[in-house]
Design a protein around this ligand. Sequence first.
Ligand code: HEC
Length: 125
Amino acid sequence: MSQIRSLLTTCALCLLLFACGKSTEADPKKESTAASEVTPEDVSAELDITGKWAKNCALCHVSGVGGAPRLGFVEDWEARLAKGRATLLLHTIEGHNNMPPLGYCMSCEEEDFVELIDFMLGESP
Ligand code: HEC
């Protein structure tokens, strides 16, 4: 057990050194790309959305309860995406067949739904 722990510590150290080494070697001309790097705010916003998704949407959108399109199944979303994201947003807010209005998320704002839908659409264009 302690061996595993020391191995993990070593790995973490390697990663740290690697990350540090990378930043000192950074080409100053490439500084402008720094803006596209992930910030702690991005990470917490993402956790916030996945948290909201897990608490409210996952209930049906993991296993496909009542015919709900499943997370990670592009084929479940293709025909829906063809209706346009605006329709998907409207159906999320107002409800649609077995999809309850607001998807049970009373604390979600419109922009949360936009992000939740984007999250479920995943790699779909
Ligand atoms: C009680 C189960 C349930 C919950 C909770 C739920 N959904 Fe759904 N959702 C469904 C079902 C069922 C459908 C398929 C409706 C249909 O097309 O007949 C659906 C469809 C959708 C669609 C596609 C609508 C369309 O026009 O094709 C979107 C987008 C969606 N849900 C988003 C969400 C979001 C975002 C949440 C969480 C905030 C959520 N859902 C929570 C059951 C649920």
